[in-house]
Design a binder for this molecule. Structure first.
Ligand code: KG4
Ligand code: ZN
Length: 365
């Protein structure tokens, strides 16, 4: 008989409260029966960034409503589920705890198995949920708190080839938006402005390209932008709409160039070990950027690698990816107990030394 698995996923590690129900029949691609995301932008907008205490309180208030909506939309009840998957880290600890407590409550009341999920694994496995790509593959994880190249070999088997030594690209997009008076989250706002800009008008640096490895740095771009903004504003007494668009276009082009070149290097490294499976994927919020997606697609085509980028709504934080990563762990026999703890830090590759400290959006693996 064909096995059907139905998993509820919960996500609350940053500023999105999310719940989703996914179902897999046999070995078919899982179906996302519902995916509810309650954003918190309006709660944090006055502070110019995510305030952890406000985020944690909002998650605690909204999680049960979110779960109810996800179940209602899927047309199912708790009795139809096989397990509950929840983000257990890394992230802002108050939010992660809210999610873990909510999941434990559901499991204690229903007897359902509990599966803790690494948020980064959720992003990294999304191309398997959306496109069914097989292990192993090279994944570029680019979000508000993370930027790393990983070889994915299994739901808990990742090797990091390199990553950012300072800011994540999403953080750099958000800071750029703040410096130019644009709305948050900065990525979509900067992308929209960049469309009307000339990427060559301002000369942005291409950090770390003189180094042969896959490590990246984005904090210098923000400093360069600040200097250019102040110079133009000083000369003209303010920024014109065109200046703002040119600054955004120049910044975005620099991020694209750096990601393209470092991806070439990561693909070369990956292929040395995995010549028979030239598969590359990108995931995380910044993977929603059109110029970045197009750039990576071109690099992969150049190098003869297949390229996968999940749809935009599954690139940014959501609970379908958590339900899916939980499903893979569940199928591998993983179960967590009521002692599952919330982890602010939780690198996917436990063997590589941590490169970063704790950032604005929580711990950076
Ligand atoms: O994965 P995500 O939803 O949350 C984290 O786990 O960090 O990523 C959010 C980040 C934000 O920094 C946001 O500005 C960025 O993704 N982002 C974008 C775009 N859409 C979202 N960055 C560049 N271009 C976009 N279109
Ligand atoms: Zn994320």
């Amino acid at each position: 008989m064909t096995r059907t698995l139905t998993i509820l996923g919960l996500e609350s590690s940053c500023d999105d409260t999310a719940a989703a129900v996914i179902r897999q029949v046999g070995d078919e691609l899982p179906e996302i029966l519902s995916s509810i995301v309650f954003g918190q932008n309006e709660l944090h907008s006055a502070y110019g960034g995510v305030v952890p205490e406000i985020a944690a309180r909002a998650h605690a208030e909204k999680l049960d409503i979110c779960v109810r909506e996800a179940l209602d939309k899927s047309g199912l009840t708790l009795a139809d589920l096989d397990a509950v998957a929840v983000t257990a880290g890394p992230g802002l600890i108050g939010g992660v705890m809210s999610g873990v407590m909510c999941a434990k409550g559901i499991c204690a009341a229903t007897g359902l198995p509990l599966v803790g999920v690494n948020h980064l694994a959720g992003h990294a496995l999304t191309p398997r949920l959306t496109d069914g790509i097989a292990y192993p593959y090279l994944i570029l994880l680019v979000s508000g708190g993370h930027c790393q190249y990983l070889i994915a070999r299994g739901p808990e088997d990742f090797t990091r080839l390199g990553g950012t030594i300072d800011d994540a690209p999403g953080e750099a997009f958000d800071k750029t938006a703040r410096l130019l008076g644009l709305s948050q989250p900065g990525g979509p706002a900067v992308q929209a402005e960049a469309e009307a800009g000339d990427p060559k008008h301002f000369q942005f640096p291409r950090p770390m390209l003189n180094r042969p490895d896959c490590n990246l740095s984005f904090s210098g771009l923000k400093t360069a932008l600040l200097r250019m903004r102040d110079k133009v504003a000083g000369e003209k007494g303010g920024l014109t709409r065109q200046d703002r668009a040119d600054l955004c276009a120049g910044f975005q082009a620099a991020v694209v160039d750096v990601l393209n070149e470092k991806t070439r290097r990561a693909i070369r490294l990956y292929l040395q070990e995995n010549p028979a499976t030239p598969t590359v994927a990108v995931a995380g919020g910044v993977a929603a950027n059109t110029a970045i997606r197009v750039g990576l697609e071109t690099v992969c085509a150049e190098m003869g690698a297949a390229f996968t980028a999940p749809p935009l709504h599954l690139c940014t934080d959501n609970a379908a990816m958590i339900a899916y990563a939980g499903m893979e762990r569940f199928k591998a026999g993983a179960r967590d107990g009521m002692d599952l703890s919330a982890r602010p830090r939780w690198p996917l590759d436990q063997t590589s030394p941590s490169m970063l400290g704790s950032g604005r959006k929580g711990a950076k693996a």
